[in-house]
Design a protein around this ligand. Structure first.
Ligand SMILES: C[S@@+](CC[C@H](N)C(=O)[O-])C[C@H]1O[C@@H](n2cnc3c(N)ncnc32)[C@H](O)[C@@H]1O
Length: 325
């Protein structure tokens, strides 16, 4: 990519995000090919840029590119995570392209605040692709009990708790990530008594909650494609729809299941069909089914494939909301 083509793509992307920047300072500035910058994704967190380069010799390292980014965006710092590197070197810590990349920063998203770690190569702490769901949760989830499985830094749980008189339960196997969720809770000054943090395998929690006869109005299922923990392994292929069925068991009448994945091996059509089967197997009927859309700063990446029957790209959010009768 030459510098002048890059400058044009960057200027256009910056312009397209003008309205979004009023709502949030955590957004995707460039989304690879969808933004005209193949092999390069850049996220912006409170003026600190984190770039992910997927090619062997990242062209963004050539003279002029970082200057163009600083000049257009006014960013304070920029880190590069080299995802094209064969060895682990680029993955261990970001290479700093300019400025002081802070260990921790605070971002705003509408009325919400989140702690992020811009230096961390894998765990910045906030998934930008689920922003639309957070917006829905923080605005519409009122007087509803919500269950947030595989909660990570609990951004979806915090959004569900905002302005909500119901209870929110976050479940994760990692005490460290739940601790991060507690930091996010404190940042948002939400009532502690209505937000629970449970260190447990999500599958085990679902079984336990069913035995206890617990019910929820909203259940969020957004696991990694694969994970290994002391509780065993989770894999999309083996476990996803079994867990989706167990989520359905806990949903009250009129309840909503938000079922999402970043797994690349399934088409949207097939994902939807298997969710429908899981719901029907539990003897429940669907009132409405809708796609969880990627936010505008992903520049239409979910529509890049030729049809709904093309497998999703690994790492791209695929999600549906099923509202039950
Ligand atoms: C990809 S993130 C989930 C993203 C999250 N839903 C969000 O919105 O930020 C992966 C999280 O799943 C957790 N995890 C992995 N396996 C788990 C399991 N079997 N039960 C509960 N949590 C698990 C990890 O500790 C990590 O926090």
């Amino acid at each position: 990519m030459d510098l002048s083509r890059f400058g044009k793509a960057l200027a256009a992307a910056w312009e397209r995000r003008t309205a979004l920047r009023v709502r949030t300072d955590a957004y995707r500035l460039l989304n690879g090919a969808a933004s005209g910058t193949p092999g390069l994704i850049i996220d912006s967190f409170a003026g600190h840029l984190v770039a992910y380069a997927y090619e062997k010799d990242p062209w963004v390292l050539q003279p002029g590119f970082a200057d163009a980014l600083a000049a257009t965006t006014g960013a304070q710092s920029m880190a590069l995570i080299d995802r094209g590197a064969k060895d682990e070197s680029g993955r261990e810590g970001g290479r700093i392209l300019f400025g002081d990349v802070p260990e921790k920063a605070e971002v705003r998203e509408g009325p919400l605040r989140f702690r992020v770690h811009p230096r961390h190569p894998r765990n910045v702490g906030l998934f930008l692709d689920t922003r639309r769901l957070r917006e829905w949760l923080s605005g519409e989830c009122v007087a509803q009990d919500a269950l947030n499985l595989f909660s990570y830094s609990c951004s979806l749980g915090i959004a569900a708790g905002y302005g909500n008189s119901g209870n929110v339960v976050n479940v994760d196997v990692s005490a460290r990530y739940l601790g991060w969720g507690k930091e996010n809770l404190a940042l948002n000054s939400l009532p502690e008594e209505r937000m629970r943090f449970v260190k447990m395998d999500s599958g085990k929690y679902l079984d336990w909650a069913a035995k206890k006869g617990l019910g929820f109005d909203v259940v969020i299922l957004d696991p990694p494609s694969f994970s290994r923990s002391e509780a065993g392994t989770f894999s999309f292929a083996k476990d996803y729809f079994r867990l989706a069925g167990a989520c359905v068991r806990l949903l009250r009448p009129g309840g909503r299941l938000f079922a999402m994945t970043n797994y690349g091996g399934i088409t949207p059509d097939r994902f939807r069909a298997q969710l429908e089967t899981a719901i029907a197997t539990e003897g429940r009927r669907i009132q409405a089914f809708a796609r969880v859309r990627l936010p505008e700063d992903f520049d239409g990446a979910e529509d890049a494939g030729p049809s709904a029957s093309t497998p999703a790209v690994e790492g791209t959010l695929l999600g549906f909301e099923a509202r039950l009768v």
